[in-house]
Design a protein around this ligand. Sequence first.
Ligand SMILES: C[S@@+](CC[C@H](N)C(=O)[O-])C[C@H]1O[C@@H](n2cnc3c(N)ncnc32)[C@H](O)[C@@H]1O
Length: 236
Amino acid sequence: MIEKNKSDFGLEAERRAFFGRRSTHKLTPTQQKLMDELMPNIEIRLEEAALDPATLFQNAQAPLMLEIGYGGGEHLARHAKANPDKNFIGCEPFIDGVGKMLAKIDADGLNNVRLYREDALHLLRALPDQSIAGAYLLYPDPWPKKRHHKRRFINPVTLGELSRLLKPGAEFRVATDIDDYATWVLAHMVRRDDFVWQPQKASEWRDPWTDWEPTRYEEKARREGRSSYYFSFYRK
Ligand SMILES: C[S@@+](CC[C@H](N)C(=O)[O-])C[C@H]1O[C@@H](n2cnc3c(N)ncnc32)[C@H](O)[C@@H]1O
């Protein structure tokens, strides 16, 4: 069985509380059909053994990208379509997001995407060392109340796992529209000696990436008058 209970600063209990309250949103009939017929072919389930990404994709040698919390899947689907020479794993526990992503996979005939719908931390723990060529964490839930900060996805446990998984030189992208979360991200990242953050100019973390299109969450933030931070960290 994959070990899920390593020392984690109390995170596991926090996460159980969160995932226990997952939405019971109803899928459309089309999404339900895709959930029944397509999802079993592309869903990653963690079983007894550690996960071997080479067994998941037709092109086992292609670089593997990971998106954590893909929401409605706009970014994941766009990147998977634009990069057929890469493989993608998307993690999203909420059923409405999974339904939307399945519809995009079906519409675009994507065969380079696999989905995981539990807490991404379990997937991180199951993947082998240096198996990931790039990772995206776009608009993670900000958990503004101090007592909920432990639920923030960026923390020493998840960063330790990402550090283990990312190949040397791999990029880890983080976007947020919340000032306090941006400060939190930098406070956690700059103290680490396994990632580098070297913006080329002072405004870099306020300018979107050149291949960027706003996600659904970012569009909402813009409508509400919040601009974003875009961080690129590189695994040493
Ligand atoms: C604020 S939304 C952003 C969604 C999307 N990235 C966007 O920019 O539109 C954060 C997403 O992260 C997902 N999420 C939160 N915790 C997660 C976890 N531990 N593992 C995987 N996904 C998670 C939530 O379900 C939610 O869809």
